[in-house]
Design a protein around this ligand. Structure first.
Ligand SMILES: C[S@@+](CC[C@H](N)C(=O)[O-])C[C@H]1O[C@@H](n2cnc3c(N)ncnc32)[C@H](O)[C@@H]1O
Length: 230
């Protein structure tokens, strides 16, 4: 709806103002559409790679953490779509409840469960249904090879970084690996605010993401334009 100030100003230059207003609105709308559609592209992409795992999908490789008596099933390892590790044992303290955002194949959920080891302590969310199915299957496989592990230690739920689905101030750790780096700044702020909402006072956000340490070269910027137009 046009704000009244725009309608009232329609005089000699009214047509121009209106056109400017409308084209700005249209640009904003298109910008908004393209901003939010990348989130749909993202979930479509992860739906595909849940169904057909791609080894080495993440450009910088997964974390190689090992712990005594922790055995990562091969199918789970093949779906390690993260980089580095958000599982930092020294930061876990007496964490009673961990919320993992973007479960993927379930590897880091299993690694967190190694430390929490009780039902209700570890919630892992993902908006992509096939990803949740595969993670649940991989966790069941993990139970066969890890005597200490019970699949009830990890509750895999539908959820989104922007709507975590748990109460305010109800978890000690929010963790994510290689997801928040996908978000445009406005969505990154939303995701961080949501993480902050659910963290207890003194809680921790554990993130592992690839970052650029230099400004992207011009060729990358050109590729981005190319990708957007194609
Ligand atoms: C790069 S993969 C990382 C998976 C896992 N963290 C790992 O380290 O292997 C990103 C994961 O986030 C999920 N995802 C995509 N969009 C999401 C969103 N808006 N909120 C939460 N998770 C999302 C994807 O389905 C996928 O499982």
């Amino acid at each position: 709806m046009l704000p009244s100030a725009v309608c009232e100003s329609a005089g000699a230059n009214g047509g121009t103002s209106l056109n400017t207003y409308l084209s700005t609105e249209m640009e904003n709308h298109q910008q908004h559409m393209s901003d939010s559609s990348y989130l749909t592209t993202t979930t479509d992409f992860y739906e595909r790679v849940a169904e057909s795992p791609e080894i080495g999908l993440c450009c910088v490789g997964g974390g190689q953490l090992t712990f005594p008596d922790l055995c990562i099933p091969a199918d789970m390892e093949a779906m390690s779509y993260g980089c580095g590790s958000s599982v930092q044992p020294q930061d876990l303290g007496n964490a009673r409840r961990v919320l993992y955002v973007g479960v993927g194949g379930g590897k880091e959920a299993l690694q967190f469960a190694y430390f929490t080891r009780r039902a209700g302590a570890m919630i892992a969310i993902d908006p992509v249904a096939p990803m949740r199915v595969v993670a649940t299957r991989n966790l069941a496989t993990a139970a066969a090879g890890n005597a200490w592990f019970d699949p009830a230690f990890v509750e895999v739920r539908a959820g989104d970084a922007f709507a975590l689905g748990v109460d305010d101030a109800s978890v000690d750790i929010v963790a994510q690996n290689c997801l928040f780096n996908i978000f445009e700044p406005v969505d990154l702020s939303r995701a961080l605010q949501e993480a902050r909402r659910v963290l207890r006072p003194g809680g921790r956000l554990s993130m592992s993401d690839p970052i650029a340490i230099e400004i992207s070269p011009r060729t990358c910027a050109a590729m981005r334009d190319f990708a957007r137009c194609a």
